[in-house]
Design a protein around this ligand. Structure first.
Ligand code: C5P
Length: 241
């Protein structure tokens, strides 16, 4: 395998430098899972392959629907070729249902609909525990300019509108999800990172069973089986071991 230098190593992915290609990275999906700001961590053999396949499928759907993203192509079972972006330290969360942090903050019952859906922004900063940020804080810290912030929020709603029906057709409720953006060479905020069961809450439409990282967070069963169920319902073909 070609040797790559690591430009950035996150909890579940690496961004690898490609010799002679300053415009792209290889985004490699790892088998590691962490939760609660790194307090809980484990390795799940095959998670990288599942998330790479699911993420590639989703980014292809988004690109086809006209969303500008960093995705270029899936190169092999764990690697995605992406355009290089300058990272914006924001976690952008879209919520269709009350779950997790929203229930704890508002006192609303978990499982009730958020109608219309909302977008929230969190400062991506492990030392501070990723606090919820208002636009004023984003502006104060100069994380992104106003035009790009507006664009980010609009794109977040657009992603929700595109993905909701795709999952619904597979019998899955997209309860909420987190996305990240970066600035491209032209100064525009573009959708980056991944969209996978690590970053979404995906519930069985009928039973409410989780097929996402909550399985690991709250010890609700076998993470690989849950992610495989998402891949199966999206009719993705995966490499055989
Ligand atoms: O914890 P919270 O309720 O804010 O999570 C909202 C959504 O964002 C969930 O789908 C969760 O998986 C995702 N998330 C994430 N990475 C984080 C925080 C939340 O992918 N650091």
């Amino acid at each position: 395998m070609t040797h790559f230098d690591i430009a950035y190593e996150g909890k579940a992915k690496q961004l690898l430098i490609i010799d002679g290609d300053p415009e792209h990275y290889v985004q490699r999906f790892k088998d590691d899972a962490t939760a609660f700001n790194g307090e809980k961590s484990a390795k799940f053999r095959g998670k990288g392959v599942l998330n790479c396949a699911i993420s590639s499928f989703i980014f292809e759907k988004l690109e086809a629907a006209g969303v500008c993203t960093h995705y270029v192509e899936q190169q092999n079972p764990i690697d995605m070729l992406v355009r290089k972006l300058e990272i914006i330290p924001l976690e952008v969360v879209v919520r269709n249902v009350v779950a997790g942090n929203l229930g704890r903050r508002t006192g609303l019952a978990a499982g009730s609909a958020v109608e219309p859906p909302i977008v929230e922004t969190y400062y991506k900063n492990d030392a501070l525990g990723d606090p919820l940020f208002a636009d004023t804080h984003i502006e104060m810290l100069g994380l992104v300019d106003a035009a790009n912030l507006a664009r980010i929020k609009e794109t977040a709603f657009q992603v929700n509108t595109i993905l909701g029906p795709i999952f619904a057709e597979a019998g899955i409720r997209l309860a909420d999800f987190k996305i990240e953006f970066g600035i491209d060479a032209g100064g525009r905020a573009i959708l980056g990172d991944e969209i996978s069961p690590d970053t979404c809450r995906l519930w069985d439409m009928e039973t409410g069973e989780s097929f996402d990282k909550d399985v690991f967070r709250y010890d609700r069963g076998d993470l690989i089986k849950a992610y495989q169920e998402i891949a199966r319902r999206l009719e993705l073909s995966l490499p055989v071991e």
